[in-house]
Design a protein around this ligand. Structure first.
Ligand code: NAP
Length: 303
């Protein structure tokens, strides 16, 4: 019987592991893939984590992991297929075995949203990508588009402009929601063209991406841009499959939980991007992890 099982090993899960271990909880971290770190691993540069300006996302993810290992957290690579609330205990089912625990923390984060336009699925991996730092190198000296207007889209456009011949940043509104510092950096780049108020109708190409068809949302005019790569950065969706029917969520699928990360089901906690909250940043995920671990510890002591 564990005190705490943490599902997911991004910043929220790893922070929870450190705090829970230091609080003396008997815990296990279940991770779907061996490379821990969540979305942070795919971030080229993180510039807003306090005290670590410009840190490489991969290095940061690895440092978080090393810290959790150093305090003695146990990890197991296993995909969780279900969680059952049995009152004072919970069952966590993986493909191979079932674990019993007093509390469960879901730190499963979020996944890339899709544009849902023709050509996107068909050309996935053939020029359509959701990760500039993973796939940018394939588009060296080529022309690419980035779709979106949030932090990720701006960061991706800046990152790709370093190696690609030209980056066309397509955003559906006439102002970005991404950070001002990123906007300033972007506007200085000579090989970035910004198309505000444009929507993507379809991604063109037979076997490989050859272009995108756009509509100017102000004039209604349609045009085609020839290019070889499309980086979709239109936000994230919570990874909440395991929680459906188990805990309360909002209409977008984010789990409703307060500062202590406790859901409406006693003993079940959520931390990080999965939780309903105003800003989803690495620093707030780490903060959630700490709060959830402390709350889970208090719950175990009270049992
Ligand atoms: P985001 O902030 O939700 O931005 C998504 C962008 O995609 C928005 O500009 C949105 O347009 C656009 N969009 C959504 N659906 C679209 C569609 N169907 N067609 C065209 N455009 C569409 O998402 P994100 O940039 O992936 O960032 C996710 C979260 O991670 C954010 O909270 C962000 O601040 C955070 N983040 C943090 C760090 C860090 O901690 N350093 C780094 C990167 C990201 P509208 O603007 O019109 O809605």
């Amino acid at each position: 019987m564990y005190d705490l099982i943490i599902i997911g090993s991004g910043p929220a899960g790893l922070s929870a592991a450190v705090y829970a271990k230091r609080a003396g909880l008997n815990l296990l971290v279940l991770e779907k893939s061996p490379m821990s770190g969540g979305q942070v691993l795919n971030t080229y540069e993180v510039d807003n984590y306090l005290g670590m300006p410009g840190v490489n996302g991969f290095d940061m993810g690895m440092a978080f992991r090393a810290h959790a290992e150093k305090v003695g957290a146990s990890f197991l690579e296993a995909e969780v297929i279900g969680v059952e609330d049995c009152g004072k205990t919970k069952k966590v089912m993986t493909r191979k075995e079932t674990f019993e625990t007093k509390t469960v923390l879901f730190a499963t984060g979020a996944e890339h949203a899709h544009l849902n336009v023709p050509g996107e699925e068909e050309l996935g991996g053939m020029g359509v990508s959701y990760c500039a730092t993973c796939d940018g190198a394939f588009f060296r000296k080529k022309e690419v588009a980035v779709i979106g207007g949030g932090d990720v889209a701006l960061e991706d456009a800046i990152y790709l402009a370093r190696t690609s011949k030209k980056v066309t940043l397509v955003h559906r509104r006439d102002s970005f929601r991404g950070a001002h510092t990123l906007q300033e950096e972007l506007l200085k780049l000579p090989n970035v063209e910004i198309l505000y108020s444009h929507g993507v109708n379809r991604i063109l190409g037979e076997d490989m991406v050859e272009g995108i068809e756009l509509t100017d949302l102000k004039t209604g005019e349609t045009k085609t841009v020839s290019l070889q790569g499309v980086f979709v950065a239109v936000g994230i969706r919570p990874t909440n499959e395991l929680l459906k029917g188990l805990v309360d969520m909002d209409e977008s699928g984010y789990v409703i939980a307060g500062e202590d990360c406790a859901t409406n089901v006693p003993g079940i906690y959520v931390a990080g991007d999965l939780r309903k909250k105003p800003i989803r940043q690495i620093i707030t995920a780490v903060s959630d992890g700490a709060n959830a671990a402390v709350a889970a510890g208090a719950y175990c002591s009270a049992q």
